[in-house]
Structure formats: C-alpha cells, structure tokens
Unconditional design. Structure first.
Length: 215
C-alpha cells in the first residue's frame, strides 16, 4: 500500500486540489447526499478537512491519521488524530452521517473502516463514500477543471503540483476498489438502501447507504 511518509508529504500539496472545480463539485455532491436534518457529521480520513466548510451548521468531526494533514487543516475544523484501521475514538451510535472521500483505496483494511462507520452511525444514519475506480482517468478531471477559464492560471499551477504528487497513486491503480465488492461488503455489514452514482467529472463512484438491515 502507501508508506505513511507519502501522506505526510502529500499534505503540503493537498490545498492545491481545492482550486479544481471538479473537486469542489464532488463535495457539493457529498453534501447533497446527506439528509438536511443530520446533526453530527463524521469525516473519516478528512485530510486537511476541506469538507468542514460545508458543515458549518452541523457538528463536524474529522478523523485523520496523518499529523501533517492535521497541522495543515482548515482552522475551524474539529479534528481528531485517529487510525481508521484501529477502533475509532467515538462512541456507538453517535453520528447522523459518516462521509469518506477517496480514502478506501489507501487502507489495507477497508472492511474494518466500513464496520466502524456502521458502529458509530445512529440507526437510519447515512454513509457516503467517494472512491476512484479502476477505470478512473485523471486527465478527464484535469480537462474538466480547465474549463473554468477565469482561473485557468491557478488551475494549471494546481494541476502541475497535484500530478507530480499523484504519480505514486496512479501507478497503484490496481488498488482502487471494486465497486460491486464494496456494495456486497456494505450489505453484509448491515447497510441497506445502497445506491451509486458518479462524481468528480464522472471519474469517481459515489456510494450512499443507510444503517439498516439488508435481510
């Protein structure tokens, strides 16, 4: 998988992703998938907690293992250092929604993370996962970003920084999750009402599930 040092270094270019319009649209799609009456939002693998700005009216809790990511986080974000492959430092049934954006492929134990998400969700709570697939093509995301012509120079600089940082991820495309397998795992764990769509210039899968019983 990925050496921990990789994510420590990636933290220094993470803010560049926020310039890209497809990335901003991705987070709008995630927010739209969460019921408006949700109070506590847990962001599993929050990075620099970009998502926190979308949940100012909620209680946002970011979970992140990388200390460098936490140091670079957005000032207003409430974050906790936490290894997603270990028991989360959250009590049972405490969250209305759990979101996780482009995290599963980086974990050696995605099933554990999904089970922890189920544990901390209230009955009827919502899980929203975004993940690249093995068919993801980063150049399509870049082309979509460049359509935002009024900030093209900023977009070009951001794309240069991100592309260099992403070379290791692109080389490990075979680690990107199999979507039917994720859905089967969610159903086995106990999630229901599982549905999928596309986001991030149609290059990532967005999976929404409800804490319930598939049987």
């Amino acid at each position: 998988m990925y050496h921990p040092d990789f994510w420590e270094q990636y933290a220094y270019v993470y803010r560049a992703v926020e310039v890209l319009s497809p990335y901003r649209a991705l987070h709008e799609d995630v927010r739209a998938a969460i019921p408006p009456n949700s109070d506590v939002i847990v962001d599993a693998g929050c990075g620099v907690a970009y998502a926190a700005r979308h949940y100012a009216a909620h209680q946002y809790i970011g979970l992140e293992r990388s200390r460098a990511m936490l140091r670079a986080r957005h000032d207003a974000a409430q974050c906790v250092q936490s290894d997603l492959c270990a028991p989360w430092t959250l009590r049972d049934c405490c969250a209305d929604a759990v979101i996780s954006v482009n995290v599963l492929y980086a974990l050696p134990c995605a099933n554990h993370m999904l089970r922890e998400a189920y544990r901390v969700l209230k009955t009827g709570g919502t899980l929203v996962i975004v993940t690249p697939t093995r068919e993801t093509r980063n150049y399509i995301i870049a082309a979509e970003a460049l359509r935002e012509t009024h900030q093209r120079w900023r977009t070009l600089l951001a794309l240069m920084r991100i592309t260099i940082a992403n070379l290791q991820i692109i080389r490990k495309r075979h680690h990107f999750p199999n979507i039917p397998k994720i859905i089967a795992q969610l159903c086995t764990i106990g999630f229901s009402d599982i549905r999928t769509t596309c986001t991030y210039a149609k290059q990532n899968a967005l999976i929404v599930a409800t804490k319930g019983d598939c049987r």
